[in-house]
Design a protein around this ligand. Structure first.
Ligand code: URA
Length: 222
């Protein structure tokens, strides 16, 4: 059967040659390899993030909330996702939970908010402030990894369970794990409660105060 097919094919080729077709050597179509590496400066990375349409969140966002702060910060704070205020301002933690975060940084760590770097697991606001889906978090993760690589913080404070989970892969609840130290990828990670949880549960502020005291003690060793 195969021989018959080949013979018919050959016959067709001969006929085409008689009609004037010429054989040419086949050139393999080679597409240029796309450059998938992310830029090596925060400014260029921000521009790339602002043009990102890799997940559903890009459809409903008003702005991409890339992150802000000192590019040489020793401490990075990572939240979950921008909320409505952040989405309209384009800056992380600018709403009520942002005010509380600023107080936590300035009153307990005794440094200016501008001296740390603040960002989120996902850079675009999930509709109705829902938790980002695993697909959204994983899609956005390469931006966060590159931010960490460029800023090189010595300490990362994750705010809330979602940020801790995506930064470590560990699913332990935040009330159990907060205040513990985790060494990974050249930095120390310390999980604590999210400021918006504190707004709803002010009695948990004392635990965050303890966690930040640990951060302060570590800062003194830098
Ligand atoms: N909550 C977050 O997790 N991040 C923000 O930027 C604001 C609120």
């Amino acid at each position: 059967m195969k021989n018959l097919k080949n013979a018919l094919l050959l016959k067709q080729l001969y006929q085409l040659r008689q009609l004037g077709y010429k054989y040419t050597s086949a050139t393999v179509y080679k597409e240029d390899e796309p450059d998938l590496s992310l830029p090596d400066t925060l400014e260029k990375l921000k521009v790339q993030a602002q043009q990102c349409h890799l997940c559903e969140l890009s459809k409903s966002r008003s702005s991409v909330v890339f992150g802000e702060g000192s590019p040489q910060a020793d401490i990075m704070f990572i939240g979950e996702a921008p909320g409505v205020t952040e989405d309209s301002m384009g800056k992380p933690f600018t709403g009520r939970s942002g005010e509380l975060l600023t107080k936590m940084i300035e009153n307990v760590l005794l440094i200016k908010r501008e001296e740390v770097y603040i960002t989120n697991i996902v850079k675009c606001r999930p509709p109705d402030n829902r938790v980002p889906t695993p697909t959204e978090a994983h899609t956005c993760y390469s931006f966060l990894l590159k931010q960490i690589e460029l800023v090189k913080p010595k300490l990362i404070v994750t705010l809330g369970g979602t940020a801790y989970h995506y930064m470590t892969g560990d699913e332990t609840g935040i009330s159990k794990i907060r205040g513990t130290l985790h060494q990974q990828n050249g930095y120390t990670l310390i999980p604590t409660y999210h400021p918006s949880f504190l707004l709803r549960n002010p009695s948990a502020k004392k635990e965050v105060f303890e966690d930040l005291k640990k951060v302060k003690a570590l800062m003194e060793q830098f």
